[in-house]
Design a protein around this ligand. Structure first.
Ligand SMILES: [Fe+2]
Ligand SMILES: [Fe+2]
Length: 253
């Protein structure tokens, strides 16, 4: 993947957060069960995004900052429906997606969702741009090979990588990152500083959350989900899908 031109933001310090994530992330062998947890996390980090961004946009209109409001409205439009991509992927894997997301939110994802909710209702909610940039920048690091590894883990004919493709260097994330960089570069210095600070803070929360989930065993993850929905999922421990060979995956979020 070509490096993205994120210098205007990274140069002011946010790259430290990403570097921290890279060093601190657990790297267990990927499994289908881990991928399902990641898809549930992807759903939860996507489902409220349009509403939250529109709430922040309204506040910027009140503050007399229509250019920030317009940027956030556009982002809200672009992010609409992404939660449904994760649901479709879960269904494609034979998982009762709606029931699972309604009853289960991975513990490591909870603080991330709360951070975004909180940022979007602040009196001056510019930090929500830093949060969004952080998640999109991390997603844009995923390459074709990462998606192919997940695809290889799925049964033949099953397409469970809609969310992952869309949130990778192959999908819209790369352009979202570039658009955000251009927009943030046009903001006054205080806003740029706040965006960078929040990008860094969000990166730390993301790293903590991923580690919390990634360090769980496959059995623990499966047990948590089954407890939440009161149903046995169609997976054999250690072998992924009951009718598929396990060959490797990446987190979807
Ligand atoms: Fe998205
Ligand atoms: Fe995006």
């Amino acid at each position: 993947m070509q490096p993205l031109p994120y210098a205007p933001i990274a140069a002011t310090g946010s790259c430290a957060g990403f570097a921290g994530i890279e060093k601190r992330l657990a790297r267990p062998d990927p499994t289908v069960v881990g991928y399902i947890v990641a898809l549930v996390g992807a759903y939860h980090t996507s489902v409220d995004t349009p509403r939250n961004l529109r709430r922040a946009a309204s506040r910027f209109l009140e503050l007399g900052r229509p250019e920030v409001a317009a940027y956030l409205e556009e982002r809200a439009r672009e992010e609409t429906g992404h939660d449904r991509l994760a649901l479709k992927d879960l269904r494609a894997l034979g998982v009762p997606g709606e029931r699972l997301v309604a009853n289960f939110i991975p513990e490591g994802i909870r603080p991330l969702c709360k951070r975004f909710d909180d940022l979007c209702v602040e009196d001056y909610p510019i930090g929500c741009i830093g949060y969004s940039y952080c998640l999109e920048r991390i997603a844009a690091l995923k390459e074709k090979g990462d998606i192919e590894r997940v695809q290889a883990m799925c049964p033949d004919g099953v397409d469970a990588t809609r969310f992952l493709r869309s949130h990778s260097s192959l999908g819209s994330e790369a352009s979202h990152v570039e658009e955000t960089i251009v927009f943030v570069a046009s903001l006054p210095a205080n806003d740029r500083i706040r965006v960078v600070q929040e990008t860094y803070e969000s990166a730390l929360i993301l790293a903590e959350g991923y580690n919390h989930e990634l360090l769980k065993s496959e059995a623990e993850m499966l047990e948590e989900m089954q407890q939440a929905i009161g149903e046995v999922l169609p997976y054999r421990r250690g072998s992924g899908l009951s009718h598929a060979e396990q060959r490797g995956a990446q987190p979807a979020t």
